[in-house]
Structures are given as structure tokens and as C-alpha cells.
Design a protein around this ligand. Structure first.
Ligand code: NAD
Ligand code: TYD
Length: 343
């Protein structure tokens, strides 16, 4: 299969968790590709994630919003392709403030598609999620399956995808979509399960487990995910979506227990809390399409988690300042003991 050669990329949301890992991977493996990062620097965006790239030839950072049509149009005119990571991404926050998700994940995606169309880009890749399939009680989700999102986060991601798809049909937009599973690894904001549980365990704080901890996810090491995205960008068939996952499902309780083992924490730190409303209990993406392109995950969950625990142990100066102020306001609003529901 012939490889797409892209020279100048606009990476939206490149200062967040996965985006920054992707940009660093790209700079390491293909330094000839010029990269412009566009990022609004919300609470989840962090310039420290990209500090090691500052001053490098072929790299620049622009602070801005993907909903800002003029700015996006200006930057899009200088590149051959867009890769979009920019999004509001945390399901629990989407239950507290849905509109922020609609704005960035739907409207922002529309603005990027419009710019890619106008500037006749070679390709636009949207980084989406396996959550667009909704709760999957049995079997595996294939890319052609119906989208049945159940949270404002996943519905907004699905909305962005559908709008982009309408651009394929209506205007021939050269679209690629990746649907990644649950990522973990260095530089993840400590609100999703893995970094939250690691940082809480390191501080001797409780690990809040929704309901009975039986909900399963397919946890993928961030570098494996980024390599999958890069492969789809180079070799993916335009108009197609690709699941990027490991094929292995792990429950929340297993995540908590493994984190405690790796951090030397005691089982008394396990705390069962009120369930997330509309909690999806199972995601299980099929990975045969991306496997056919030549991708396989390299890191198993235990190895990747051990590596991630080490990273958080060695980078307290990165995560400790994030767990302050607004973070604890969110925490108090989100987590409730099971008793409150009963009484
Ligand atoms: P993140 O929350 O760590 O980072 C999101 C980034 O987007 C931040 O840098 C933020 O500042 C930026 N951003 C937010 N709104 C913006 C706007 N309006 N304009 C410009 N920048 C904006 O997210 P992440 O976990 O790195 O996820 C990246 C992408 O991957 C998202 O699109 C997400 O839906 C998708 N995804 C994430 C996971 C996961 O497990 N984290 C899994 C599959 C797919
Ligand atoms: P999360 O990391 O929020 O990702 P997702 O977007 O896939 O829901 O949650 C992963 C799983 O862990 C999900 O089943 C909910 C559960 N979970 C907890 O039990 N406690 C927590 O504090 C969090 C954040 C998640």
C-alpha cells in the first residue's frame, strides 16, 4: 500500500495528553515533518508537555481555539493536513457542563473540516473514541457499527464525526477517523481513572470506584495509540474509520487493585462510590482493520501501568500543581458516597 507523504501538519489539541505524546513521537520519528500545534490551553492543556520541543526548527506552538474560524483558516492555509486532538474529554465533566463539549467537539470539528475543505488539504484526521459505539454488552464493535453514544462527551464526539462524514459525502472531504480506546501513560491529567488512582494512591487518598467496579474498558498505552494514529495518517484509506485498541478488557476494580500493588498501597484505600449516571459498562473494539494496515499494540496493561506509575512517581512537579483549586471543586461535585443516594 502506498504511503501518504505529508510535509506540514496542523496538530490541534497538541498540548494535551495524547496530542503531546503524538507530537513528540512525530518529532522523534519524522523530524522532516513541520508541525504547528494549535491549542487553547484549557485546564487539560499544559505547555510543559511540549517544553522539550521549544525552539526546534520545524516546530511552533500557537495558542488559540479551534472554534475561532479566522485563526483556523489562517493556520490551515499554511499546511497540507490537520490532525485533531482538541476536545473536551472527560465524561464526568460532560455530565456537569455539557455545552462546553458541544462547542469544542462538534462546532470546533466543523470549523476544522471547513478549513480543510477550503484549503484542499490532502487529509484531515479526527481522533475519535470507542465511546461513540455506546455500551456494548456482548461481542466486539466494528467500524461499520451504528453509533449509539450515551453521554454528552461521546455524543459530542459522535456529532463531530457525523458532521465530518457529511463533508465526505457532500464535498469529498478526505477524512480519516481513528477510534481509540482508553489511553493511559505519561502526562495524563489526573482525572481519568488511571492517573487519578495512581496519584491518589501515592498520597494515601481513597480510590473512588463507581458502583462495584465491574465496568470494563480496553486500556491502551498512549504510545501504542499514537503509533496507530500515525500509521492511519500515512496509510489509512480515506473515508474510513479505524479502531485503535488492544483487544483486552479490564475492569475498574482490577485497575484499582493493580495500582495499589504497584504503589504499595493498602486495599483499605478502595472506596465504592455512587455510580456515574448513564455509566457505559463495556467497550470492546475490534482491531482487525488497523491490524491489516500493519499495527499491533506493543505494551501489555501491567507493563504499561508499571511504567506509568514510575512516571508519576518521578514527575510530582508535573501533577501536584494540577490537583488544586478548581480540581477539588470538581471532585466534590462529582464524587458522592453511596449512602447519600439511599438516605
Ligand atoms: P486532554 O483533555 O488531555 O487534552 C485535550 C487538549 O485539547 C488540551 O490540550 C486542551 O487545551 C485542548 N483543547 C480543548 N478545547 C480546545 C479548543 N476549543 N481549541 C483548541 N484546543 C482545545 O485529552 P486527551 O486525553 O489527550 O484526548 C485527545 C483526543 O483523543 C480527544 O479528541 C479525545 O476525545 C480523544 N480520545 C481520548 C481518549 C483517552 O482515553 N483519553 C481515548 C480515545 C480518544
Ligand atoms: P474514565 O477514565 O473516566 O474513562 P471513560 O471515558 O472510558 O469512562 O473511566 C474509566 C472507567 O473507570 C469507567 O468504567 C468509570 C470508572 N471510573 C471509576 O470507577 N472511578 C473514577 O473515579 C473514574 C474517573 C472512573
Amino acid at each position: 500500500m502506498s504511503e501518504r507523504v505529508l510535509r506540514r501538519l496542523l496538530v490541534a489539541g497538541g498540548a494535551g495528553f495524547i496530542g503531546s505524546n503524538f507530537v513528540k513521537l512525530l518529532r522523534r520519528t519524522r523530524p522532516d515533518v513541520e508541525v504547528t500545534v494549535l491549542d487553547k490551553l484549557t485546564y487539560a492543556g499544559n505547555p510543559a508537555n511540549l517544553r522539550e520541543l521549544e525552539g526546534q526548527e520545524g516546530y511552533r506552538f500557537v495558542r488559540g481555539d479551534i472554534c475561532d474560524g479566522e485563526m483556523v483558516d489562517h493556520l490551515a492555509g499554511q499546511v497540507d493536513a490537520i490532525v485533531n486532538f482538541a476536545a473536551e474529554t472527560h465524561v464526568d465533566r460532560s455530565l456537569l457542563d455539557p455545552f462546553a463539549f458541544v462547542l469544542t467537539d462538534v462546532l470546533g470539528t466543523a470549523v476544522l473540516c471547513e478549513a480543510a475543505r477550503k484549503h484542499e488539504h490532502e487529509v484531515i484526521l479526527l481522533v475519535s473514541t470507542d465511546e461513540v459505539y455506546g455500551d456494548v454488552t456482548t461481542g466486539l464493535s466494528k467500524e461499520a457499527d451504528a453509533l449509539r453514544p450515551r453521554s454528552p462527551y461521546s455524543a459530542s464526539k459522535a456529532g463531530g464525526e457525523l458532521l465530518a462524514r457529511s463533508y465526505v459525502e457532500s464535498f469529498g472531504l478526505p477524512l480519516l477517523v481513528t477510534r481509540g480506546s482508553n489511553n493511559y501513560g505519561p502526562n495524563q491529567f489526573p482525572e481519568k481513572i488511571v492517573p487519578l488512582f495512581i496519584t491518589n494512591a501515592l498520597d494515601g487518598l481513597k480510590l473512588p470506584i463507581y458502583n462495584d467496579g465491574s465496568a470494563v474498558r480496553d486500556y491502551i498505552y498512549v504510545e501504542d495509540h499514537c503509533e496507530g494514529i500515525d500509521l492511519v495518517l500515512r496509510k489509512g484509506e480515506v473515508g474510513h474509520a479505524y479502531n485503535v485498541a488492544t483487544g483486552v478488557q479490564t475492569s475498574g476494580l482490577e485497575v484499582a487493585r493493580t495500582v495499589l500493588e504497584l504503589t504499595g498501597g493498602d486495599e483499605s484505600l478502595l472506596e465504592f462510590v455512587r455510580d456515574r449516571p448513564g455509566h457505559d459498562y463495556r467497550y470492546a473494539p475490534d482491531i482487525s482493520a488497523i491490524s491489516e494496515l500493519g499495527w499491533q499494540p506493543k505494551v501489555n496493561f501491567r507493563e504499561g501501568l508499571a511504567e506509568t506509575v514510575r512516571w508519576y512517581q518521578e514527575h510530582e512537579q508535573w501533577w501536584r500543581p494540577l490537583k488544586s483549586g478548581e480540581y477539588w471543586d470538581f471532585y466534590r461535585r462529582n464524587y458522592k458516597p453511596i449512602e447519600t443516594e439511599v438516605s
